[in-house]
Design a protein around this ligand. Structure first.
Ligand SMILES: CC(C)(COP(=O)(O)OP(=O)(O)OC[C@H]1O[C@@H](n2cnc3c(N)ncnc32)[C@H](O)[C@@H]1OP(=O)(O)O)[C@@H](O)C(=O)NCCC(=O)NCCS
Length: 202
């Protein structure tokens, strides 16, 4: 089973080149410590609507640097999609390998008992990469990463906003099922969704 330290020491172990349906290529790889400027470019470029849907802590170089500094220091695994040949980061795919007590309690309320073999996942694509099927094309790589970390199920990191129909459809078509809903401190309703990796073919 892979560890975060192994990935940080050898990012190539999770690096894959992916040919997209439109004939362009992207590289799927772990975030590395030297990515801060490029990751900042990604965050700065996100539209207000994408920021509303994805909710990062910030959208600047300081946030990007924090994410790079966090590599292998906590339970987070961040992967990026890199456009070929520009090298521009066009997607950030985040895993949290440990569960949050609030998630455990909320899922228990829905009759689902989360376990250490479950993880949290959240994807964000650059605006010009959304709605082109890229998230779905990269999804088998995402599930492969989860499996290599010994995970059996994937839940949504922070849920998905109830008024984000594209993301909800995206999760459904990639095998996630509804697991209840909740209202955040800001009064906004979100949905919980869970994917059983054993339910996927291949
Ligand atoms: C969510 C996200 C990762 C999905 O990746 P993607 O590449 O855009 O998704 P795909 O194109 O593979 O699939 C989207 C599906 O939703 C459908 N869709 C698009 N807009 C929709 C809408 N308004 N209502 C319902 N379905 C919609 C698409 O038709 C497609 O389904 P189909 O293949 O059955 O036709 C990406 O859109 C994104 O980064 N969005 C902004 C940030 C975000 O919302 N992150 C998730 C936070 S929980």
């Amino acid at each position: 089973m892979l560890t975060l330290t192994e990935v940080a020491d050898d990012p190539l172990t999770l690096t894959r080149r992916l040919a997209l349906n439109d004939a362009s290529d992207v590289v799927f790889r772990p975030l590395v410590r030297t990515d801060a400027d490029r990751l900042a470019g990604f965050l700065v470029g996100l539209s207000p609507e994408t920021r509303r849907l994805s909710m990062f802590d910030g959208y600047d170089l300081a946030t990007a640097q924090e994410l790079c500094d966090a590599i292998a220091r906590y339970d987070k695994l961040r992967l990026v999609l890199e456009e070929v040949p520009s090298g521009r980061i066009v997607g950030l795919l985040e895993f949290s390998l440990d569960l949050h007590p609030e998630d455990i309690a909320r899922y228990r309320g829905a009759g689902i008992h989360l376990a250490p073999t479950d993880c949290r996942f959240g994807p964000t694509l650059a605006d010009d990469y959304q709605g082109r099927g890229v998230g779905t094309q990269v999804f088998p790589l995402v599930t492969d990463v989860a499996r290599r970390f010994g995970k059996k199920r994937v839940i949504l990191w922070g849920g998905v906003l109830a008024d984000n129909p594209r993301a909800i459809r995206y999760y459904q078509k990639n095998g996630f099922h509804s697991a209840g809903s909740f209202t955040g401190a800001d009064g906004v309703r979100s949905l919980d969704m869970i994917l059983d990796l054993d339910s996927l073919q291949g």
